[in-house]
Design a protein around this ligand. Sequence first.
Ligand SMILES: C[S@@+](CC[C@H](N)C(=O)[O-])C[C@H]1O[C@@H](n2cnc3c(N)ncnc32)[C@H](O)[C@@H]1O
Length: 477
Amino acid sequence: MSAPLSLSAGFIDYLPQLLATNEHQAFLDACAQPPKKSIRFNRLTTSAERHGEIAAGHGWQLQPIPWCDDGYWLTGEESPGNALEHVAGGFYIQEASSMLPVAVLQRLWHQQHGPSTPARVLDMAAAPGSKTTQLGSWLAGNGTLVANEFAASRLKALYTNLSRCGVGNTILTNHDGAIIGNALPDWFDAILLDAPCSGEGTIRKDAKAFANWSLPAIHELVATQRRLLESAFKALRPGGLLVYSTCSLNTLENEQLIDRFCADHGDAERHDLRPLWPQLAAIHHPQGHLKIWPHRFDAEGFFVAALSKAADAAQQPRTEARLSPRFPYQPLSAKEQLQCRQLAADSQQLSLPEGDYWQRDGTIWLFPEAARDLLGRLLTNRPGLKIGEIHGRELRLDHDAAIVFAPLLQRRIAVNGEQARAFLAGQDIEDDAGRKGDWLLCYQGLPLGLARAAQGRLRNRLPRDRVRQTTIADHDS
Ligand SMILES: C[S@@+](CC[C@H](N)C(=O)[O-])C[C@H]1O[C@@H](n2cnc3c(N)ncnc32)[C@H](O)[C@@H]1O
């Protein structure tokens, strides 16, 4: 069923600058169509062999999204948001078009560098994290992924999504992205700038998406996008790769912005993205970008461009890193790190990786590889992964660490759908196996969280803010 569109007079006046007259009606008709459901499986938790099995369990039919190996359009009665596998980080509900920017970054990167992944990645405007979790799924725990979001109110959703999907190699920051270039010049190998935008492409999801569309509002956004792109390019190392994307369709936020940027920056090299998916002519842009018009290709509107910084671009001066005396974490010495990893092995039978461990008020943290170089230059909201707390001879694991290290945890209990739902609703579970200590509960191999076994019960250790009150569907096979 199509929804009534609410278009502003300003947008209707602008349309002739975007599309030939004979396309207007087809575009408006396509905008009025309901959005197609799509999901992206999370490689950190779910292998490709399981995609079909999970879908079949819910009666979903999957149709592959051509630019994302783990992405599918999905049909079926049951809502994917209610599936236990979703809560357990098995997949992310994401528009097909929104998977395109990271897919571009991935393909270009591998063309240039073979199978290795970038060591330092920035997602400059990250919340709620659909693309950060996609980046995390690609990086598979390697390197440092900086997820920045300016709106403090959106950080919680970003963090919760990263936690749910088991992305542990992240540093969360809460800055205006425009300051990052000066703080960390020439620092990142790869950057995604999924810019704040007018969102015209999301009209199928939100019929009022451009009810208040106006050219002055667009010009204001363009000013922000320019500042962010300047900063992102500055933060990119020579030879590094930058993907710019928006879910808007006007040329001011997209083609014109990139044209002007390239005209002003001799060291910016624009990529022709058309050869990445030569068969998808409907989304090819004459200037080599990718642009999804919903009436030409049945998906949400989107724009993606990619730039490299010339390998011989002049290096920029960098200020000396200075860790604030108020930074509340202290690094563990080599000996303390060893002791801490030994505690995890003894008390949790968990072999923690070598790395950069820190402590804060009795809690242990693992910072991503490049954190030390970043810490003195940028304030962080969450500088790494909380591993847990030391209680006597026990390292009591944190929920996030249990999800990230789930494949390494030996003390695991497979629960059925009913038990999983009870656990996710915050309840304890009966246990007559005489177990003791912390155990990871898993549903269909996917980690749900920790429970502490004692006296015939598995006591729920799910963080209170993750307890779900909603109905969750499962499939017991
Ligand atoms: C298009 S949304 C990002 C969506 C996200 N990349 C995803 O895929 O889930 C743009 C984000 O930019 C944030 N933002 C707005 N101004 C910003 C700024 N100056 N610096 C960094 N982020 C900003 C917004 O709060 C919003 O969360």
